[in-house]
Design a protein around this ligand. Sequence first.
Ligand code: C2G
Length: 130
Amino acid sequence: MTTVITFGTFDLFHVGHLNILNRARSLGDRLVVGISSDKLNAVKKGRLPLNSQADRMKIIQNLRCVDSVFLEESLALKAEYIARYGADILVMGDDWQGRFDHLSSLCRVVYFPRTPSVSTTALIETIAGQ
Ligand code: C2G
């Protein structure tokens, strides 16, 4: 059984998120998703997500392509999460290209191209401009 792991905030869930999760799942038999905690986002992006971590976890957990979710509490714990969930492959979007190459001694590391023209930031800017 091949286990795939990926990480993200998945705030204001959109088709770019769905595409990468479906592509990640297609590489293996089981997809485990680390959802960035509210606290981690405050550090990482300097603001809280609009949807709470509990709601973001609930949405991702209920997707057909996802087998299980957990809370990602720190960017520095990837090796621990890979070991804990027995991941064979780590998938990230190519905005993270090269950033996780050091984990390739633990599992295969794959970067997929981002879906163009859609992002949580663009959605927030569009809504704010209405
Ligand atoms: N993504 C994508 N296409 C988009 C937007 C996002 O493929 N148009 C991908 C990102 O590359 C990422 C995933 O969707 O792999 C989740 O994106 P975000 O919610 O923005 O999460 P991010 O801030 O990249 O958090 O430990 C790493 C972080 O937790 C990843």
